[in-house]
Design a protein around this ligand. Sequence first.
Ligand SMILES: Cc1cc2nc3c(=O)[nH]c(=O)nc-3n(C[C@H](O)[C@H](O)[C@H](O)COP(=O)(O)OP(=O)(O)OC[C@H]3O[C@@H](n4cnc5c(N)ncnc54)[C@H](O)[C@@H]3O)c2cc1C
Length: 408
Amino acid sequence: MGEFVRPGGAVRTALVIGGGVAGPVVASALVKAGVEATVYEAYAEPADGVGGVLMVAPNGLNAFDAIGVGERVAEIGHPTTTMVMEDFRGRAVFAMPGLPGLPPSRTMWRPDLYRVLNAHAAETGVRVEYGKRIVDVRETPDDVTAVFADGTTATADVLIGADGIRSTVRTLVDPTAPGPEPVGLLGLGGHGPAVDGIGGSETMHFAQGRRAFFGYWADPDGGTLWFSNLPHQGALSMADARAVPGEEWLRRLRAAHEGDHPAEVLLAAAETVQVVGALEILPTIHRWYRGRMVLVGDAVHAPSASSGQGVSITVESAVQLARCLRDLPDLPRAFAAYERLRRPRVEKIVAGARRTNNTKAAGPVARTVNRVVSKALVPVLSRTVFSPERIFGEMHRHTIDWDARVTA
Ligand SMILES: Cc1cc2nc3c(=O)[nH]c(=O)nc-3n(C[C@H](O)[C@H](O)[C@H](O)COP(=O)(O)OP(=O)(O)OC[C@H]3O[C@@H](n4cnc5c(N)ncnc54)[C@H](O)[C@@H]3O)c2cc1C
């Protein structure tokens, strides 16, 4: 059990709604700050078996360090030291090494991350209750009560909505808040045979195919892992996506990547495909908090998979929220400081992801123009605007000093 230091800040008890990434992290950080935190997760059991691969960037690893779990997170991931941008023939257009002085990003299976974070939270003294889907909330001047679908309730000083991109707490904070929007891309992925000449598992390849975007890298356990982003207009629910037979998805993928290397080879060998569904982004959320409720993680800023930053900025926000609650004497000041620390950074990252999504979803004409322009300009641009420091410096070099005091 962790030590329950008496907090000098605004709260003594917290309800944390959602046991994904933000939930266990903010709860562990709160316990470290002397606040008693309980996580309420909608699923009846830990979501250990759910999800695909994700990457945690150096800034995410730094934020994990603040709650003492950075090393364990790094251990479950494989280092990704280089990203290579390629044309549809598989020829490198430019390569981006990691930034000097920073640890490499880590690529890991989402279930492994959930398992490590929940184990760490339990060791810290966080209680997790499963099968608790929040449906409503009641507030008094002194406390806040979560009402769950099973009819039970829980009361504390503060309620933190860490319930993901389709957050219920977001609509309890502001019934007019927008929900996620499709970015015009479908995510699909799979595993294929080894491909010669692609280097080790620490090199990730991103290929701008003629009709769709393709990513691939050597699987440390053998073969090649790949994903494709197919342009797709409109929403597509997970249920609808999964209702389409795997063979049909493979047929569409093979048509989209015909003539692309090595996508064509990998897809010819593919027997199964994992359907991630329509990729989504969360538009600007105007109200991050109200009364005794506050949002964190994808519930308030979901930059879409293209950013590679979803987990990393989620963990940063979770740690910063805990610092604000630790150091400021009341909720209005703590929440305002939290929003001030986080909003500019996350909105910049979301805007960058939107631009990447637009490029990936471009039609055939725009793709051809992009290809011709990049061929002419990349040799020059890669020394200036495309330099790794220019692209990733601000994102990846961000650090959090847990011990520093937050002021209003
Ligand atoms: C295809 C895909 C690929 C991605 N790749 C990357 C990547 O490479 N790198 C990266 O950094 N990020 C990536 N992300 C984003 C990353 O997964 C999210 O940013 C991150 O999981 C956000 O954490 P969270 O805790 O806010 O939300 P989640 O992880 O979604 O957790 C929310 C939790 O809340 C629970 N919940 C929901 N509703 C309720 C309710 N009413 N009551 C109680 N509990 C509830 C859910 O069951 C869930 O456990 C990717 C996302 C997708 C979809």
